[in-house]
Design a protein around this ligand. Sequence first.
Ligand SMILES: [Zn+2]
Length: 751
Amino acid sequence: MNGKQLCIHGHFYQPPREDPWMDTIFPEGSAAPATHWNDRICAESYAPLAWARRLDGSGRIIELMNCFEFMSFNFGPTLLTWMERQAPEVYARVLEGDQKSLKRLGHGNAIAQIYHHVIMPLATDLDKQAEIAWALADFEARFKRPAEGMWLSEAAVDTRTLDLLAQAGVRFTILAPRQARQVADVDQDNWAPADEGTLDIREPYLVELPGGRSIAVYFYDGPLSQAVAFEGLLRHGDTFWGRLSGKAGQGLLALATDGETYGHHFKFGEMALAFALSQARAGAEGVSLTNYAAYLAENAPRRRARIHENSSWSCVHGLERWRADCGCATEHRPGWNQRWRGPLRDGLNAVKTRIDRHFMDLGATLFTDPAQALIGYGRVLCGLDTGRAFETAQFRKKLSPEQKDTAWKLLTMQKWALSSFASCAWFFDDLGRIEPLNALTFALRAMQLGMRTGMSDLEPLLLSHIGQASSNDPLLGSGHDLWNHEVRPRRETVETILAQALIRLWAGGQLPGPGGSATTDWPGLSVTVRVTGAVGTNGTGHRTGQASITWTRESGSDDSQWAWELPDGGDPLAGCIRVGESGTKCIPASYIPWGKRQALAVCWVRRVEEEVWRRQVAETRLGAHLFLPYREAQTTQTAAECWDRLWSALAWQWIMGEVAASRDFLEFLLERGRGHPERTLLTRRVGQALVELLGGQQSQPNFHAVRQILERAESVGVAPDLHESQNIYWTRFKADPTAWEAGAALGFAPL
Ligand SMILES: [Zn+2]
């Protein structure tokens, strides 16, 4: 049986960007005006794929396709952790895509991914086991079913990794065609050499493993996958579909692509994908959609394969891209080298070896089996197990509260130590990039937790390796320089965390008066501040109090006293925060790293801008009534420059139907709105108002108001951001005849 079957796989992943103390992502300047790259790529790729626009000939929307329902995919656990918190609607679509495909095909589209995206053949055996176990637990917690397949980071593979996958119950993985070394029929010993040119990729292969185990391997279509990534195949949906349907034949046509290709690397690439998927969904050219697990269920491997040990999909030299100067990634940088990769790998390995020894030695007094505790910890991270259940199962009996806290700190130490091996640190062209610096920051945090639990300082050991490395940019200097200027300043202590909590509360207008207390938290920790004394008004003066830091994944807390002298000039970052009983230790607030200062600035600007906007809206309502029609030969409003400054709030009054308007008022709004600096904010605000109208609790929103807002906005040349309101309309109201007028105004074709 079979016919022509198609499976397009998207590998969705972002390098870990979390601050390892706060466990949250701070602003990254290069992603501005978005806050950081996760935010930006989610808006450019993940969200568009979750609601991919399919248009008719006149540009009206005929469908918002959830591509995750029709493509095979894996998401990195660390990326989904972020998405669940920060983009819950997109996250819900990802889960829904898997559930619907499970219903349709009997097997879900989602597969798991190695937890920290480490290069598995380069990891220790225990780390391999932990990475697989954490990934499977995370998958099960999210998708409510066991994973059938696993994406190997960079498709980096060796037999031991495949064997551990098989032992963990994983049934298949996906590799590049050039990773196959030999093939034979299942029941014959007719082994023959294989390469990308000769390998038949239309069927899964069986890779035999020690102890009689085995795992299925799919090899993807190299040329087509390559064309999607690098040859602009996504520019036109019909060209893309033409290539797919032209190549589909008896058996499986499978592509493996970076998910971010759709929409991020290629704007509107998600529309080309949605078009191709819709063609296959309709059975055009006799092609039908499947996924790897569904295909495997119906097509047991008839052939066997042997793989190239230590090979990958993105380095033709094997695994050298993640440990040596192999030449990958400098194609566009003549004269650059990656001699830094070796020292970075060696340094992090040296630290991890010492950390592992510390974990096993001290852990032996705290856990019934430290290795099993590490492997099982992933179930706590994803919420499958509660902390209490984990303690019962893994901790030795009768530990003191201090010992329990130490045990939890050891696990947090390992979590960040594993994070430092995310493959991205070595992937690109320079040591001075954000990814290697983040890897070193994770190691810094792990080393700090090591010291906190009694280990010696490993910084000299790490520096003895990375000190031998250099950035290609002479201005950035050596590994030593980068460590001193970029990494070590990120180190957080009780004092610096407290300083940030105080400034954050202040920036958000939440710092209480004497006798009051307030809590501010990040995913990784929470700070409760009590104010005991205050002199002066908010903005200047002196505050004193106590504070307590509690860590989300540890059981202890860090308590201290503090005093904050707010400077006269009102610059909160110019002040000095004294922490501890003697109060002699001064933390200049300006020492807080850039990303964290930027987060404080963002917190402040969002709050103040919102306050100013509300006041403006309240006050300009009168102005909109007072905007009189022109007299005689008058061509613009008297005192036009003042009216102009209030443009966005005046336009809001009209668009939201708060005032009736004269022709002159509308013309003024239209003319002054062209290129007005507040335009972007206004389009977002009107879009948000539509979302609130459509997305509220009521089953029957005011569709008439939706249409009216859109018409009024158009009359003054304002094009609201409709992405989210269109999504809501499609999800909730597309079948409701009373909503059709609003649907047409939102850009939908009649059903
Ligand atoms: Zn290479």
